[in-house]
Design a protein around this ligand. Structure first.
Ligand code: URA
Length: 242
């Protein structure tokens, strides 16, 4: 699932990893800032392997792909189309110039916090979102009015219809923790699904946080809001599907 370790032009490699333009690379070679396998780089066109490069004495940052486990804070947005501070502001600015681009695997809405995966690996993104895999998502929910145990059956029934949808929701597992707190496990991902499910049964969601993606829990990551950690796609899959 990662970009193959192929030789490529030095200027192309550094520009697609977000370091700078091809013109910048030319200047850095002239300044002697780039080493290739222990020798000063000779030309922007030189074919190189990413792990042979030192730029100002430092190895390249995630040259073979980037996948992250991230604790999204409330208030930030996942999409450029939404108003508000983008989640990408929590990562090094250089990453926003990487190709292929880093993108979130699904989304959490602005007022929702919790576990989010980001990757530049299309195969990993597909594996995590494919409906065939049914990777569950667990949410911690606070509502404003007391919860009724009847809701457990309604959410589990596979008949709950959301406003503007013509297909009922798949059965979901609701656990009522106390009067206004619950945990909901979903096996599909629709737009604002948790808020809309609670709205369909007359509840307003006050706070919402995603605590798990499959078996991976936010708690086990130890990440604070806005915090992230890079991870290899195969290790991530193991943590999620077990
Ligand atoms: N359901 C929602 O309502 N919002 C989210 O961000 C995720 C699931």
């Amino acid at each position: 699932m990662s970009i193959a370790n192929k030789a490529e032009r030095l200027d192309r490699l550094l520009s697609r990893l977000g370091y700078g333009s091809r013109k910048d690379v030319k200047d850095w070679i002239r300044e002697g800032w780039i080493e290739v396998a222990g020798q000063p780089a000779s030309s922007p066109a030189q074919k190189v392997h990413a792990d042979d490069i030192l730029l100002e004495g430092e190895p390249l940052d995630h040259p073979y792909g980037l996948s992250l486990i991230y604790h999204k804070a409330t208030g930030s947005v996942c999409s450029h189309k939404e108003q508000g501070q983008l989640i990408y502001a929590d990562f090094p600015e250089r990453w926003s110039h990487r190709k292929p681009a880093l993108s979130s695997v699904g989304r959490l809405d602005k007022d929702t916090s919790g576990l989010l995966i980001l990757t530049d690996d299309g195969a990993l993104n597909h594996a995590l979102t494919s409906p065939k895999r049914h990777i569950s998502k667990t949410y911690e929910v606070t509502v404003s009015q007391p919860l009724d145990v009847e809701l457990i059956k309604r959410f589990a029934s596979g008949t709950l219809l959301l406003e503007d949808d013509d297909r009922p929701c798949r059965p979901a597992e609701l656990t009522i923790c106390d009067t206004t707190h619950a945990t909901l496990v979903l096996h599909e991902g629709r737009y604002h699904q948790v808020r809309r499910m609670f709205a369909a049964v007359g509840h307003h969601v006050e706070t919402l946080s995603r605590s798990h993606i499959g078996k991976l829990s936010l708690k086990q990551t130890g990440l604070m809001p806005g915090g992230y950690r890079s991870i290899r796609p195969d290790d991530l899959m193991k943590m999620i599907v077990g």
